[in-house]
Design a protein around this ligand. Structure first.
Ligand SMILES: *[C@@H]1O[C@H](CO)[C@@H](O)[C@H](O)[C@H]1NC(C)=O
Ligand SMILES: *[C@@H]1O[C@H](CO)[C@@H](O)[C@H](O)[C@H]1NC(C)=O
Ligand SMILES: *[C@@H]1O[C@H](CO)[C@@H](O)[C@H](O)[C@H]1NC(C)=O
Ligand SMILES: *[C@@H]1O[C@H](CO)[C@@H](O)[C@H](O)[C@H]1NC(C)=O
Ligand SMILES: *[C@@H]1O[C@H](CO)[C@@H](O)[C@H](O)[C@H]1NC(C)=O
Ligand SMILES: *[C@@H]1O[C@H](CO)[C@@H](O)[C@H](O)[C@H]1NC(C)=O
Length: 547
């Protein structure tokens, strides 16, 4: 059982794909730290968790939104069978206990079946040795009825096997599709972060002489770049690991269900044939198989019911979380999203940096490169000559509104190519010896600045989406709208198939025994009568049958 729980949990680790990133990114800047409010909330929740099962009423944060409250209002065996009211929360064992409790009828049925039927088998076994000589009434009515029921339950079992088989195929493909979608989203995130990181890597080249990027901005950028790179690689490896684990789990479930439905089908068929042809020994061997198999499938029914319920809870929880973007929920622990204001601040910062980088390049162009200094202005003079440089088109105005490029301004897309045509050849002392207004060093610094500005402009909004969980919201929305209906429908179908197969095989198994006995007595009676007809003396130790 604990292994199954492990599996269920690992299904839910898909959420943690996202959390790994956000945690990594959180430290990148002091602005990305979670708000004190959510820290308080977390501490509050940890207290709740530490209180243990003896607490009568688990306190629920009044300020927080309880996810899937209606669905998860179940009896909690860890809390004296009081109703659990903490909502969807995979960190809360009360939640798990109350979901697991929904399968209690199946587990108790499995136990009862195992014990009662075991006792019945024992009884029959003992009877067939000791009570063999009991007179037994044969009625053709009972014989016909048992045959009819046997046929009916065999058909029902076959239909159940078909439902189970088709259901598990659909369930398999819908879980795989969901997994692929989540992995795809994680891949896109990791890819984009890697792209961002490539742009930010250019920051190292800014460290050289003439262009002056403030040192703290420099280290900030370096820090963010390292963080983003490590987040991206963590995300990639976690995704790959979890994908493998979950895929492995999905395949195991599939194999188990196929083997089960084939085994049940074979059992039903063989049992039917053996009992029709009166092969007592084989029937009893199959009955023992079936007895154990049915105990197993009853437990499996319970597990699938729990799986179905957890999936449904999760789907509802995701939807409610999307619709209440500002509420504190159990997901806060998994997804430390920043609030709107903080996200806006990050966006403003990234725009500021985008603007400043190109602004500095433009200032150097107008104040240094395009001016013919006399050789005694040492740092600014490097024998610049030839046609003047155009200025670059900044993507933002100083007030950070969007800027439309003037006709003379160079688009950032091809700024590096345009600037490249103004590079001169330099002497060992760093002075131009050919016409041109940029030394190669200056050019590479400018190119790096342009590159970074462009990268931030392109990927800034995406980073903010990650920071405030808009990206996750969109992913959850897609899962809820596209993948949840299939997952729910097919996990239910597998569950229904399992229940149907179990009940049908359980009943046909009973009727194998009944029918086999009826048949034996019928055959015996026929022999008895024919022997009487032939006038053969019936041996004294044979049971006597009265009609
Ligand atoms: C995700 O990325 C890995 C490696 O980077 C790749 O093998 C895998 O096919 C990608 N998956 C999807 C769904 O794009
Ligand atoms: C990352 O950059 C590569 C090459 O520049 C590009 O092909 C790819 O589409 C980018 N990926 C994302 C997610 O932006
Ligand atoms: C460049 O010149 C402008 C005025 O033309 C001035 O405001 C600015 O401070 C100068 N920048 C540098 C880096 O000298
Ligand atoms: C730069 O791009 C613009 C349009 O994006 C184009 O008109 C121009 O010719 C390009 N210049 C160079 C040098 O590639
Ligand atoms: C300055 O550049 C010109 C070419 O534009 C070159 O002829 C001249 O020798 C250079 N002067 C020095 C001192 O290198
Ligand atoms: C930015 O720099 C990277 C490497 O530093 C380079 O691969 C990429 O092409 C550059 N992009 C632009 C737009 O200049």
């Amino acid at each position: 059982m604990s292994c199954k729980w492990q599996m269920l949990l690992s299904l839910l680790t898909i959420f943690i794909f996202f959390s790994n990133f956000t945690y990594g990114y959180e430290g990148a800047d002091s602005h990305f730290q979670s708000t004190p409010l959510s820290d308080e909330f977390r501490e509050g929740r940890n207290e709740v968790f530490a209180e243990g099962p003896n607490i009568v009423e688990a306190p629920v944060q009044s300020s927080s939104l309880i996810l899937a409250a209606e669905r998860t209002y179940r009896k909690d065996p860890l809390n004296g069978f009081k109703r659990y009211n903490g909502g969807w929360n995979i960190d809360d064992r009360h939640y798990w206990a109350s979901v697991a409790y929904t399968a209690f009828p199946f587990f108790i049925t499995a136990l009862i079946w195992f014990v009662i039927f075991g006792l019945c088998l024992l009884f029959i076994c003992v009877c067939s040795r000791c009570c063999k000589r009991e007179p037994y009434g044969y009625s053709s009515m009972a014989y016909a009825l048992s045959l009819i029921f046997l046929a009916l339950f065999t058909i029902a079992a076959i239909i159940g096997c078909v439902i189970l088989y088709t259901g598990q195929e659909k369930f398999h493909s819908s879980t795989l599709n969901t997994l692929d979608y989540v992995v795809h989203q994680a891949n896109v995130t990791a890819d984009t972060l890697m792209n961002v990181s490539v742009y930010l890597a250019a920051a190292k080249q800014l460290a050289v002489d003439r262009i002056l990027i403030p040192a703290n901005v420099q280290t900030d950028i370096d820090y963010v770049q390292t963080k983003i790179t490590s987040s991206a690689s963590t995300l990639s490896t976690k995704t790959a690991d979890n994908k493998d684990n979950v895929e492995h789990l999905i395949e195991s479930v599939r194999t188990a269900l196929i083997v089960l439905s084939v085994a049940m089908l074979a059992l039903t068929f063989l049992g039917f044939v053996f009992s029709i042809f009166g092969m007592q020994v084989f029937v009893y061997i199959l009955v023992i198989f079936g007895w154990i198999l049915i105990t197993g499938t009853l437990i499996l029914c319970g597990i699938f019911l729990v799986l179905h319920n957890v999936t449904a809870d999760t789907c509802v929880a995701m939807d409610e979380w999307i619709q209440n973007p500002t509420a504190h929920t159990a997901l806060d622990d998994i997804l430390p999203c920043v609030d709107y204001a903080t996200a806006q601040e990050t966006l403003t910062k990234s725009k500021e940096v985008t603007y400043n980088l190109v602004d500095i390049v433009n200032q150097v162009i107008t104040n240094v490169s395009n001016i013919n200094f006399s050789p005694n202005f040492a740092p600014f003079y490097y024998n610049q000559s030839g046609p003047v440089l155009p200025i670059l088109c900044n993507l933002f105005n100083p007030d950070l509104t969007s800027h439309n490029c003037g006709p003379a301004e160079v688009d950032l897309n091809n700024a590096t190519q345009v600037l490249n045509s103004y590079v001169c050849q330099v002497s060992p002392s760093g002075v131009c010896v050919t016409p041109g207004r940029l030394t190669p060093t200056l050019y590479s610094q400018m190119a790096a600045a342009v590159n970074m500005s462009y990268g931030l402009y392109q990927y800034g909004p995406f980073l903010v989406d990650l920071q405030n969980c808009d990206f996750v919201r969109q992913t959850f929305g897609d899962i809820y709208n596209v993948h949840c209906p299939g997952l729910l429908q097919y996990s239910k179908r597998v569950y229904v198939g399992l229940v149907m197969v179990t009940v049908a095989v359980l009943l046909s198994l009973t009727f194998w025994i009944i029918y086999a006995r009826e048949r034996r007595h019928r055959v015996y009676k026929k022999e008895h009568i024919s022997k009487l007809d032939e006038g053969v003396e019936v041996e004294g130790d044979k049971p006597t049958h009265e009609e």
